[in-house]
Write a protein that binds this ligand. Structure first.
Ligand code: ZN
Length: 338
């Protein structure tokens, strides 16, 4: 029987979690103190500024929460503390494998290089791995609002550096009107490089075509893809492909991509064979945990134990990690009785 306690204890995997949207308010205060930056002393006030309000209108609105956090993520020390903090929260939520994503270009206001940003985040991940039963890998985001040349430079430096924790590239931020073009020119030069794989935010607020184009470009995972909800034919088509949707229902609710948890196309995806997994997107901005995301499916879609196992298995199957790690995670899941 699936209970909240069981969901929480179950050895879970999560593929879609943004560093800057998932830092605890008290950790942001700690970073501010260490870096001698002003911040409100009241933790509640900080929390309020970091969390999307209920009258958030759309994705652009939702993204403003990140503007508050970014000035605090400009030093190596801050990035290391932040990364450790997110993995520590994930470990407490029963997650044993997490892919953490971040955009190096957003942490370069004080002169850090892309390499320095990556090394700092990786150091925080390594610290958490030494302390908790969790494995963390990194995804590097290019920001769609940046100049194309800048996105390409970030990806190039990322690949040149070749840090073993970097397993994939992503494009995040608002889907621009020239989506297909930017998509192609941003990622094509880097495909097939050192086994780095592609997961792309697509169809978060845009159209189904963006999702299909991302898949054509070689993405094996799609961030959100919620635009599929009204298109059974496209669900059927994607259901035939080796592609996994990284779904984030609470985030979709806040950006108004769905109007309620009931509107999340849970049964439709299962019916059409769409492979998907559950994710938080942003723990703090969306005020959520992976356990809470599953709890919503349990409450609003009567998720069964077998479906819960399958969603976690999907995350493992599509994770950008080694067959050994996948086998290890699958075994832990199988051994856990529900
Ligand atoms: Zn995202």
């Amino acid at each position: 029987m699936l209970t909240l306690a069981k969901i929480q204890q179950f050895p879970k995997a999560e593929l879609h979690c943004h560093l800057d949207g998932s830092i605890r308010p008290q950790t942001l205060q700690k970073i501010a103190r260490l870096d001698h930056l002003p911040i409100d002393e009241d933790q509640q006030v900080v929390a309020q500024k970091m969390t999307a309000s209920s009258n958030c209108h759309n994705l652009m609105d939702y993204l403003t929460c990140f503007d508050y956090v970014l000035p605090y993520l400009q030093t190596a020390q801050a990035l290391k503390i932040a990364a450790f903090d997110v993995l520590e929260q994930a470990a407490a939520d029963g997650i044993q494998y997490l892919e953490l994503r971040f955009a190096p270009s957003l942490s370069q206001q004080q002169g850090l290089s892309v390499t320095e940003v990556i090394q700092a985040v990786a150091a925080g991940v390594a610290k958490a791995e030494a302390q908790y039963p969790i494995i963390g890998n990194l995804l590097i985001c290019g920001m769609r609002q940046d100049e194309l040349a800048h996105i390409q430079a970030v990806f190039q430096e990322t690949l040149d550096q070749g840090h073993q924790k970097i397993v994939g590239l992503d494009l995040a931020g608002p889907e621009r009107p020239d989506f297909p073009l930017t998509l192609k020119e941003s990622v094509t030069p880097f495909l097939g490089h050192q086994g780095v794989q592609l997961t792309l935010h697509a169809g978060e607020c845009g159209c189904v075509r963006n999702i299909l184009q991302a898949i054509q470009l070689g993405a094996t995972r799609i961030g959100h893809g919620i635009a599929l909800k009204d298109d059974p034919a496209a669900q059927q088509e994607i259901g035939q492909l080796p592609v996994c949707l990284e779904c984030c229902p609470t985030s979709n609710l806040q950006t108004k991509a769905i109007a309620s948890y009931e509107e999340f196309p849970y049964r439709a995806y299962l019916t059409h064979g769409v492979k998907f997994c559950l994710n938080t997107d942003n723990r703090t901005v969306s005020n959520t945990t992976l356990t809470k995301e599953y709890a919503h499916l349990l409450e609003h879609h009567a998720m069964t134990t077998a479906e819960f196992r399958q969603l976690n298995q999907n995350a493992i199957d599509f994770a950008f990690t080694t067959p050994e790690v996948k086998a290890q995670l699958s075994q832990k899941m199988a051994q856990f009785s529900l």
